[in-house]
Design a protein around this ligand. Structure first.
Ligand code: FES
Ligand code: FES
Length: 154
């Protein structure tokens, strides 16, 4: 079946199987390799994308569910000022090691900041459900909270 959606600002039309998950369509048909395959059961957040502005796990979505909707991955935010600040902050705070979890965390953090969710470090901790095997979470939370507070929070 044909599915049509907007990916990073551009309309795409893809042929998909009825049981095809969005992570597979993105990685194998649309060559979006920033969307990482981790647990494939909705727990790790490595495959996070923004669907109509909300962070969701693409391993838990059928591609046909995004028909007519808007999907954004980190590639779609490369010129976004908030996204650039987040990337800088992750580098400054040492919140990246292998980078496997990073695209998903950046997208979740970006949405959380946009929605004004982070009034405290605990808010960041609660909202960021993504798993990271490398850095521990202190540096990641520092990096996100710093941006959420305009550079003041640590
Ligand atoms: S791969 Fe989708 S949540 Fe882990
Ligand atoms: S930086 Fe390696 S899993 Fe998070």
């Amino acid at each position: 079946m044909k599915v049509e959606f907007v990916l990073n600002g551009k309309k795409v039309v893809v042929d998909v199987e009825p049981n095809e998950t969005l992570i597979n369509t993105l990685r194998f048909k649309l060559r979006v390799k920033s969307v990482k395959r981790g647990c494939e059961r909705g727990e790790c957040g490595s495959c996070t994308i923004l669907l109509d502005g909300q962070p969701v796990t693409s391993c838990m979505l059928l591609t046909m569910q995004v028909n007519g909707r808007e999907v954004v991955t980190v590639e779609g935010l490369e010129n976004d000022e908030l996204f650039k600040k987040l990337v800088d902050s992750f580098i400054e705070e040492g919140a990246i090691q292998c980078g496997f979890c990073t695209p998903g965390i950046l997208l979740t953090a970006w949405a959380g900041i946009k929605q004004g969710r982070f009034k405290s470090r605990d808010d960041v901790k609660e909202y960021l459900g993504n798993l990271c095997r490398c850095t521990g979470y202190v540096k990641i939370i520092n990096a996100v909270y710093k941006v959420a507070t305009g550079g003041a929070g640590r």
